[in-house]
Design a protein. Structure first.
Length: 266
């Protein structure tokens, strides 16, 4: 499987957003404060003080920020991504903070490649935040990651909330954003008033401005408007899906608007 060619072909056909190009820009603003925010958010959701002695799998590692955080918390880390530039970003962040570290592996791979996944073994924490709904085959991806979780291990995923008509609207916007290149930046700018400004105002008013997982408002917006393929699910459908596969809910954080519901399943 030549993933680089497959990915490039999907991008050229207007079927996939270049997530890695966006992450490459994000790395320019990454600093210690953002890393600390990310670390705190991971510990909060997993309800652990550290990950010492744990095996951590980052499925769709993107910028590599949460792989870095897991390594800082003591886990041995395995990161992979389908997007070539995202793989390069993860390797860059590893080189910055953990050069030549045998405890952190970075590869280019697809969560839809079952043969590849079968070579990985199982992990104490399988992490995939905001990734599986961008594969073009979300339910298959959700199925595939289940087998990677060791007994008693945790699966931490974040999946876009199903908002009915609003989700169909965003599907059309995202598809246009990647399918018609000239529309990309006009569509991003058009959506600064919503969802960017209301989200920013809410966080300022509520005193939660820094609770952003170490992310950036601008690069989050670009990712949101352009993020295609795009699928959604209700919290109940995700919980039901995993319940019959032997998982129980450990921690759930839902959103009442556009964005991701976060699940930690055991």
């Amino acid at each position: 499987m030549n993933l680089t060619m497959d990915h490039a072909s999907e991008v050229s056909r207007g079927e996939r957003f270049e997530f890695g190009a966006n992450w490459e820009q994000f790395l320019k603003v990454l600093n210690d404060d953002r890393i600390e925010q990310a670390e705190n958010s991971l510990k909060e959701m997993l309800r652990v003080p550290d990950l010492a002695g744990k095996r951590f799998l980052d499925v769709g590692s993107g910028s590599g920020l949460f792989s870095l955080v897991a390594r800082r918390l003591g886990a041995s880390v395995y990161s992979f991504d389908y997007d070539t530039q995202s793989v390069a970003c993860t390797r860059e962040i590893k080189q910055r903070y953990y050069p030549d570290d045998a405890g952190w592996t970075v590869e280019e791979a697809s969560v839809l490649d079952r043969e590849y996944l079968a070579t990985l073994g199982q992990f104490d924490v399988v992490y995939s935040w905001g990734v599986l709904h961008h594969t073009g085959a979300m339910w298959q991806a959700l199925e595939n990651v289940a087998s990677l979780v060791a007994g008693g291990g945790q699966l931490f995923i974040a999946i876009y909330n199903d908002e009915g008509f609003k989700s169909r609207y965003w599907h059309a916007i995202k598809k246009a954003c990647v399918g018609i290149k000239l529309l990309r930046w006009p569509l991003v700018i058009l959506h600064i008033p919503y969802p960017f400004l209301p989200s920013l105002a809410f966080r300022v008013i509520s005193g939660r401005l820094k609770e952003r997982r170490g992310m950036s408002f601008w690069y989050d917006l670009v990712d949101w408007v352009g993020g295609y393929p795009f699928e959604v699910a209700t919290p109940g459908s995700i919980l039901d899906f995993y319940r019959v596969r032997g998982f129980r809910r450990d921690h759930l954080k839902t959103t009442n608007r556009s964005g991701c519901n976060q699940f930690v399943l055991v």
